[in-house]
Write a protein that binds this ligand. Structure first.
Ligand code: ADP
Length: 244
């Protein structure tokens, strides 16, 4: 009997797609019960404040803090599973104004003086806007977050032009990363344990997934205790080459 052989091996791309679909569904479905918890906490706070007393109020506040944490985790998981699932259009982005907007938000959030950060003259690129915004946000947020107790904190956002790609970088003189951790930190949920980070350990994983999906690379050069520079590349698009 001639039995036709079928190829039943599942490629790693298919496995990744299935995993992305699964993460997408789970995180999507977790959103509504979480919103319900948030709503109930708010009602308890408004209607039962007097009955609860200070201890009860403290418990509610802790629930809230954790709900917000979970919300950010779910949103980042959703973003992670979405990279490449939906075709985002390339558009011309004035990186200068994008970065200045992000920097202003974080300066305010971290209560730091404008002199802490220098932004070089940055070019325009063709890229999906939300994707580029996410990468700069994660890297700039980290630069602020990991300044440590540096007396003269300094951050610089800069760029180098190569023939086929732009290299952007975010440099800080913060706590730095040891050699052994500098690859690990791009893996999901990996954080260096000796620091108390308020993040969820997903920013660099997401940045890597975005940058690589759009044909670039991301890496860090760092010395522990002296600071870090995160680099990522953006391919020079056909449209840009035609403009030259
Ligand atoms: P999160 O910042 O939410 O913890 P990330 O994926 O953005 O997650 O970063 C992972 C880990 O990499 C951080 O917890 C921290 O240990 C390390 N890290 C990232 N950026 C920096 C930086 N600029 N300086 C020092 N350590 C950093």
């Amino acid at each position: 009997m001639n039995v036709e052989k079928r190829d039943t091996t599942i490629s790693s791309k298919e496995k990744d797609d299935d995993l992305d679909k699964f993460v997408y569904m789970v995180s999507h479905d977790l959103r509504s019960p979480l919103a319900a918890i948030q709503g109930m906490v708010q009602l308890l706070n408004e209607d039962y404040r007097d009955v609860l007393g200070p201890e009860g109020e403290y418990y509610l506040e802790r629930i809230n803090v954790n709900v917000v944490k979970m919300e950010s985790l779910i949103n980042d998981l959703l973003k992670l599973s979405r990279v490449g699932r939906f075709e985002l259009p390339n558009e011309r982005i004035d990186v200068n104004s994008l970065v200045h907007k992000i920097v202003n938000e974080y300066l305010e959030q971290y209560g730091l003086d404008r002199r802490v950060i220098v932004v070089d003259e940055l070019p325009s690129v063709f890229y999906p806007r939300e994707a580029l915004k996410d990468v700069f946000e994660y890297l700039i947020d980290n630069a602020f977050k990991f300044l440590g107790d540096q007396e003269e904190p300094r951050i610089r956002v800069g760029f180098q032009k190569k023939e086929s790609h732009h290299i952007f970088f975010v440099k800080d003189n913060g706590i730095g990363i040891s050699q052994e951790n500098s690859e690990k930190i791009f893996k999901v949920f990996e954080r260096v344990r000796d620091i108390d980070s308020k993040g969820n350990g997903m920013g660099l994983t997401l940045s890597k997934k975005i940058v690589e999906y759009y044909g670039g690379k991301i890496w860090v050069e760092s010395t522990k205790g002296k600071g870090s520079t995160f680099f990522f590349t953006v391919p020079v698009a056909e449209a840009e080459l035609n403009e030259i």
